[in-house]
Design a protein around this ligand. Structure first.
Ligand SMILES: Cc1cc2nc3c(=O)[nH]c(=O)nc-3n(C[C@H](O)[C@H](O)[C@H](O)COP(=O)(O)OP(=O)(O)OC[C@H]3O[C@@H](n4cnc5c(N)ncnc54)[C@H](O)[C@@H]3O)c2cc1C
Length: 287
C-alpha cells in the first residue's frame, strides 16, 4: 500500500493552502475532497475580504484556486474520507473502498451543523454506519436502510444492491432519486434509531422500519466520529498554537478549529498546519 507523508482531508481554502505548502516542501501528499473544491467558496455571492482578490465572486475564487493547485502539479483525489485511525506509527484513512496510509494527517474538512438522530451514536458500529462502500459486504442477503442527505449518496444505494437483499432509500432532499428500480424509495422523516444489543428499527413520521443495517450518509461527519479519540473543544477540534491536536501527527485547520469562519483564516491555518506536519516528519526521521 502506498504511504504518504501528508494526507490532507478537505479541498476548501484550508486544505488547498496546506497542499500548496506541503508540495513546496517536497512532501509526498494526497489531497482528498471534491473536484469542485468547496461549496462554501463556490456559493459565495461576493467576497470582499480576501487579500489580493478584492470583490470576487465565489465562482471566480474557485477558478483561481483550482488553477493555482493545478499549476503546482497537485491533483485532487475525489474521495470522501469515512474514518481516520491513529495506528501508533502513522494513520490509516478509509476512503470509499480504499485504505490510505499516511505519516501525518491534516484535517481541513470545514464545519457543517451535524444534528445526529437519537440512537445514532449509541448504535454506531452496531448496525449504524456512515459508509456504505466500506460496510456493504457485512449486509449480504440482508435488509438495509440508507438515509441520503445529498444526491451523491444515490451511488452508495446502487452499490448496496450488489449485497443486500433489500435496500430502502430515504432521500433527505427534493427531487427524484436516481437509484436502481430494486431500491424502494420512502419519503419519510427519520426520528430515532432503536434496538437492544444492535440497531433494529428506524422510527419515522411515517411509521417504523425494521432492518439489519442503517446507513446515514451526510456531506460531513462530526470530527470526533471521523477520528476516534480526537479531543474536541465544544464542536471544534481542540488545537495548539501550531495546530497540532491531541493525536501526535494529526493537525487541523480552517473552520474545523473554530471561529472566525473566514477564507483568510482558513488559508493561513492550512499553511501553518502543513509547516507543523513537515516539522513533525523531520522530528520523526531524527528519532
Ligand atoms: C454562502 C457563504 C458565503 C461566505 N462568504 C464569506 C466571505 O465573503 N468571506 C469570508 O472570509 N468567508 C466567507 N464564508 C466563510 C468561508 O466560506 C469559510 O470560512 C471557509 O470556506 C472555510 O474553509 P475551510 O477550508 O476550513 O472549509 P470548507 O471551505 O468548508 O471546505 C471543506 C472541504 O472539505 C470537504 N470535506 C468535508 N468532509 C470531508 C471528508 N470526510 N472527506 C473529504 N473531504 C471532505 C468538503 O467537501 C469541502 O470541500 C462564507 C461562507 C458561506 C457558506
Amino acid at each position: 500500500m502506498e504511504r504518504y507523508d501528508i494526507a490532507i482531508i478537505g479541498t476548501g481554502p484550508a486544505g488547498l493552502s496546506a497542499a500548496l505548502t506541503a508540495k513546496a516542501r517536497n512532501k509526498k501528499l494526497i489531497l482528498l475532497g471534491s473536484g469542485k473544491l468547496s461549496e462554501k467558496v463556490q456559493k459565495a455571492h461576493k467576497i470582499a475580504n480576501y487579500l489580493g482578490l478584492p470583490n470576487v465572486s465565489g465562482e471566480e475564487m474557485q477558478r483561481v484556486f483550482l488553477k493555482q493547485i493545478q499549476d503546482a502539479g497537485i491533483t485532487i483525489t475525489e474521495k470522501r474520507v469515512a474514518a481516520v485511525y491513529a495506528m501508533g506509527n502513522g494513520f490509516t484513512l478509509q476512503a470509499g473502498e480504499n485504505l490510505i496510509e499516511a505519516e501525518t494527517v491534516i484535517l481541513a474538512a470545514g464545519t457543517a451543523p451535524v444534528r445526529t438522530l437519537p440512537g445514532e451514536e449509541e448504535f454506531l458500529g452496531r448496525g449504524v454506519s456512515y459508509c456504505a462502500t466500506c460496510d456493504a459486504a457485512l449486509y449480504r442477503g440482508k435488509k438495509t436502510v440508507i438515509i441520503g442527505y445529498t444526491p451523491a449518496e444515490e451511488s452508495e444505494a446502487a452499490f448496496m444492491t450488489e449485497f443486500a437483499e433489500k435496500v430502502i432509500y430515504i432521500p433527505m432532499y427534493e427531487g427524484k432519486p436516481d437509484v436502481p428500480e430494486t431500491v424502494e424509495i420512502r419519503r419519510v422523516k427519520p426520528e430515532k434509531i432503536t434496538g437492544r444489543m444492535k440497531a433494529e428499527t428506524l422510527l419515522t413520521d411515517g411509521g417504523e422500519i425494521a432492518a439489519d443495517g442503517f446507513f446515514i450518509l451526510r456531506e460531513s461527519v462530526a470530527p470526533a466520529q471521523l477520528v476516534p479519540g480526537l479531543e474536541m473543544d465544544g464542536r471544534h477540534v481542540k488545537v495548539n498554537r501550531d495546530l497540532s491536536t491531541n493525536l501526535p501527527g494529526l493537525f487541523a485547520a480552517g473552520d474545523m478549529t473554530g471561529t472566525p469562519y473566514q477564507y483568510m483564516k482558513a488559508a493561513g491555518e492550512g499553511n501553518v498546519a502543513a509547516l507543523s506536519a513537515v516539522s513533525f516528519l523531520d522530528w520523526k526521521k531524527r528519532q
